[in-house]
Design a protein around this ligand. Sequence first.
Ligand code: GLA
Ligand code: ZN
Length: 697
Amino acid sequence: MVKKFKSVNEKVKGFLHGGDYNPDQWLDYPEVLNEDVRLLKLAHCNCVSINIFGWSAIEPHEGEYTFEWLDKVMDDMASAGVHVILSTPSGARPAWMSEKYPEVLRVWSDRNRILHGQRHNHCFTSPIYREKTSKINKILAERYKNHPALIMWHVSNEYGGECHCELCQEAFRNWLKVKYDNDLEKLNKAWWTGFWSHKFTSWSQIESPAHHGEEFVHGHNLDWKRFATYQTIDFYKNEIAPLKEITPNILVTTNFMGDYPRECVFNGLDYWKFAKEVDVVSWDNYPAWHNNFEKLYDTAANTGFVHDVYRTLKGGQPFLIMESTPSLVNWHKVNRGKRPGMHLLSSLQGVAHGADSVQYFQWRKGRGASEKFHGSVVDHCGHENTRVFKEVTEVGEVLEKLSEIIGTSVEPEVAVIYDWENRWAIDDCQALKNENKGYFEAIEDYYKVFWRKGIPVDVINMDCDFSKYKLVVAPMLYMIRPGVAERLTQFVKIGGTLVTTYFSGLVDENDLCFLGGFPGPLREVTGIWAEEIDTLYDTDINYLEFKEGNELGVNGTYKLRDYCDVIHAETAEVLATYKNDYYDGMPALTVNNYGNGKAYYVAARTNNDFDTAFFSNIINNLKIKSVINTELPLGVTAQMRTDGENDYIFIMNFNEEGKSVILDEQKYFDMLVNKEVSGNLELKKYDVKVLKRKTKN
Ligand code: GLA
Ligand code: ZN
């Protein structure tokens, strides 16, 4: 049976293609606005996000509204058959508001209040800001609730950052009181405040972390970050309340962010918590394509990872690419444009990982201010005869050919754990290589092995259900929240395979170390005791050497770097040992056969040669499937979406030269050129093929 997720709105029949549109900056240029309608159609765009920073254009003075321009844009879009994702304007405030109500302005951790300016810098606690956003959202919802162009709400823009004002301090204390049952002693214990005489005797002594104040109590830092997530979501809930009330059938999203320079997820908010409150996950995708610090295919793998996070956040439901650039951005260190062909490839990469849209920032370049040189579909020349416009049009045409793919899913057998709180705690602790402990790199290295083999991966956090996976990979699982070790142990007991590493099982949810031997509550399932951890200088040399005849079936010696856990096998079997130093001959890799499953402990940080050899064997032993049964050249990946009857295989070449792939025996239909294909598939530089085949049941 064909199985599909519903589209974001019943009016939406294919992929959304379009992007952030700022007619509010062009109100003096009616001819430009008319031209936009023509150009949107020409570029095969069917969706715009408007009003993102429109507040001063709809409420130029307090309580005075000027919606006429927005009415006209909405109507023009409806007549042109272009959908509108309508934004609430809280991403930027009008000047009159900051002037009259300074409490809406954020306070930095140094306790200085900002001046009016820029954007994304409001106090999320301020009752006035909450009242103002709620009011304007209510008016918007009332005005456009039945508008035929409206398909979805885009709430604010890229929520992030923290405010340290007095209102936020009080809210933090109240949040702590709830968390610690009004019992200050509980908090003192959780934060280990006996350290440096930091014990609190009254709630009012507690402040948010600051350079010139407290920043060395890790439980405190963690709780502040948790509070920042909580308070941001609380503000967001206040924003959506009128939308949910007035337009209960219009779905709500807010655009999540990536990270730069190496593509990762935004670190500031725990998106697992946020995702529960949005109807659809969307994110802004700006990798540094063609950079000089990593291979193109590594940029692609990291980007694939982020797409996978955003798909997994809502249980595999398709997500939206809310923004991406058709060419270049203006805020990277070097703003290199996408080379010809990369736009289609990078757009379809998102689709391959589960996106149901390709949206841009921005539709048209503004004339002034800081984003005037940021890539856009329409350049300052104002017409369609540009390379970028043509490449965007091509994406639009291709998406139309692929419209049956929307709503389909990705079904991984492998999960990698990437956990925000774990990252916060690792980054914050003073240990290992202090400048960069490399949590993300550890995950990225392992993820790449699967990406290169065309094996889909879910990126989960430690609270997710493990039972649907054959393999769960949990590098540097430093923090173990309550119940997690029990669930991982159970997962292995009933036949799952777990891979964890050095620096796992050290602290609980408050960053308090487990007593009685590491990896703490993972000790039973891993069958090892980690006695100490050695950090290596880049010049230090050690190796992991496989034991002959080990059950994994890998041989040889592999170079190590960064970290070596000095461990003892308890119930685990030793597969490989160290070759140097005082732990020469001690276990470097173990497996614990536990119940019906296995738990591997990789005690040291390895390199790609080991990672590939190690995981290839696990993949074979567990019969984990690549989406296509063939050897993929380096830099070529394959991803798959499926509706249960048809599989859609995306084969993508992230190389600067052509490559070929030999198709397996199944029947493939190339959806972009409309013909059957078999045998040798030639891929040009940056080529992407979308092949359809019958699902094997
Ligand atoms: C973010 C914002 C946009 C724009 C782009 C530029 O994603 O949401 O408003 O500033 O960056 O890349
Ligand atoms: Zn504040």
